[in-house]
Design a binder for this molecule. Structure first.
Ligand code: NPG
Length: 375
C-alpha cells in the first residue's frame, strides 16, 4: 500500500464536565484526527495526546509538528506491504509513540477496509462485547464523588476507577466503599506519590481494591516493586509500560501484576498486541485504558479489548460519557457491556460534517487532488 495524502485536523471538542487527575485538568478535548488517502482507499486515525504535556511528554501541537515534519516525510509515497510496516518505517524517529500510533491506526483502517476485515478479527479478538468501566476524576468534595459513583453504577458500569493523589486517597475511597459496599473498585494515581508515601498507600490495602494503578513516577520501577512486596492489593502499571520490552521488565522485576494497555502509549496497535501477548505469557491480566478519545479511538479500543487476555473491565465507555459532542454516533452500552465493532477496519462511520465543525486547524499534506490519468 502507498500513502498519498493526509488531512491532519486539530479539533476542539467540549467535555460534558471538566476532568481532573493528578496529571492535570482537562477542560475540553484538544485532539488530532487524521484522514489518510492511500492507493487502497481511505482510513482514519486519532492521536491520544492531550492538549498539554501533563500526562506524558506528548501533546497535541507537538504531535502535529512531529507528524508533519518528521513522520509523514518517512511514509508519503513509500510502498508498504501493509500497516504492520509503519513502525519500521518510522523507527529512525525517537519517542512520540502517540503520534506514530495515530498514523499506524489510519493506515491500518485503510488496509482493513479495503480487505473488508474488521480490526477486532485482525487483532485476534475472541469476544463480541466487552465489559465497561467508568473512570472518575478528582472531585472537590466527597459528596460530589459519591454522586459521580452513584451515576456510574446506575448507568450499569461494571467497575469504578477513582483518581487519587496525596490528600485525596484514604478518606474518599473509604467513603465510596462504605456507601456502595463490595463493588468492583480500583484507584489510579497517575504517578502522584513518592517512595516515602509507601505507608500512606499501605493504608488502602484493607479496602479490597482490584488494583492500585501507577502510584509512582513512570521511571520509578523500584518504588513499585517495594510497594508490591508490601501490599496484597495488586499493582497495575500504565505510564511505565511504553513497550512490550518495558512490560516484560516490569513483570520480571515484580513491579506489577496487572497492565493497563493503551495503543497510543506504546506506539500503535501491533505493539499493543505484543504487550498483550507478553503479559499473557507471564500470566499477567491486562485491560484497555482510555484517553478521553472520540468515538473513533474508542471503537478501536473496543477491538483491542476483545483480545483473550483483556480479562478485566477497561476504561471503556461510549464517548458521550466524557464528550459533549462526538464524531460518530455513540454505541449503546447494554448491561455494562459495549459491542465490539464488526464493520471493516475500525468499523465506524466518521461524520465528516461534525469533524469539519470542530476543526480549529487543518493541514493537508500531499497533492490536493490525485494526478489526472495520463492520456
Ligand atoms: O475513559 O477515557 C476515559 C478516561 C480514562 O482516566 C482515564 N484516563 O490516566 O488513564 C488515565 C486517564 C487520563 C485521562 C489521564 C485524561 C490523563 C488525562
Amino acid at each position: 500500500m502507498r500513502l498519498e495524502r493526509v488531512e491532519l485536523r486539530r479539533l476542539r471538542l467540549p467535555l460534558v464536565a471538566p476532568f481532573r487527575t493528578a496529571a492535570g485538568l482537562q477542560r475540553d478535548r484538544d485532539v488530532l484526527v487524521v484522514k489518510v488517502t492511500t492507493d487502497l482507499g481511505e482510513g482514519w486515525g486519532e492521536c491520544a495526546a492531550l492538549g498539554e504535556p501533563t500526562y506524558t511528554s506528548e501533546y497535541t501541537e507537538g504531535a502535529r509538528h512531529v507528524i508533519r515534519r518528521h513522520l509523514l516525510p518517512r511514509l508519503l509515497g513509500r510502498e508498504l506491504q501493509g500497516a504492520e510496516e509503519v513502525a519500521e518505517a518510522l523507527r529512525p524517529v525517537r519517542g512520540h509513540p502517540m503520534a506514530r500510533a495515530c498514523l499506524e491506526m489510519a493506515l491500518l483502517d485503510a488496509e482493513l477496509r479495503a480487505r473488508g476485515e474488521p480490526l477486532a478479527r485482525h487483532l485476534g479478538a475472541v469476544r463480541s462485547a466487552v465489559d465497561c468501566g467508568a473512570a472518575i476524576g478528582l472531585k472537590d468534595s466527597i459528596g460530589h464523588l459519591l454522586e459521580a459513583v452513584e451515576g456510574a453504577l446506575a448507568a450499569g458500569y461494571r467497575r469504578v476507577k477513582l483518581k487519587i493523589e496525596p490528600g485525596w486517597d484514604l478518606e474518599p475511597v473509604q467513603a465510596v466503599r462504605e456507601r456502595f459496599g463490595p463493588i468492583p473498585l480500583q484507584v489510579d494515581a497517575n504517578g502522584a506519590y513518592e517512595l516515602g508515601d509507601l505507608g500512606r498507600l499501605a493504608r488502602l490495602d484493607h479496602l479490597d481494591l482490584l488494583m492500585i494503578e501507577q502510584p509512582f513516577a513512570e521511571d520509578d520501577l523500584r518504588a513499585h516493586v517495594e510497594l508490591a512486596r508490601r501490599l496484597r492489593t495488586p499493582i497495575c502499571l500504565d505510564e511505565s509500560i511504553t513497550s512490550a520490552r518495558a512490560a516484560a521488565t516490569a513483570i520480571v522485576l515484580g513491579a506489577c501484576s496487572i497492565v493497563n494497555l493503551k495503543p497510543g502509549r506504546v506506539g500503535g496497535y501491533f505493539e499493543a498486541r505484543r504487550v498483550h501477548d507478553v503479559c499473557q505469557a507471564h500470566g499477567v491480566p491486562v485491560w484497555v485504558g482510555g484517553m478521553l478519545e472520540t468515538g473513533l479511538g474508542r471503537a478501536a479500543n473496543l477491538a483491542l479489548a476483545a483480545l483473550p487476555n483483556c480479562v478485566l473491565p477497561g476504561d471503556l465507555s461510549a464517548a458521550d460519557r466524557h464528550l459533549a459532542q462526538d464524531l460518530t454516533d455513540p454505541p449503546v452500552m447494554r448491561d455494562g457491556r459495549l459491542p465490539v465493532p464488526t464493520g471493516a477496519g475500525i468499523g465506524i462511520t466518521v461524520d465528516e460534517e461534525r469533524v469539519s465543525e470542530f476543526t480549529v486547524e487543518l493541514d493537508v499534506v500531499g497533492p490536493e487532488r490525485p494526478a489526472p490519468p495520463r492520456p
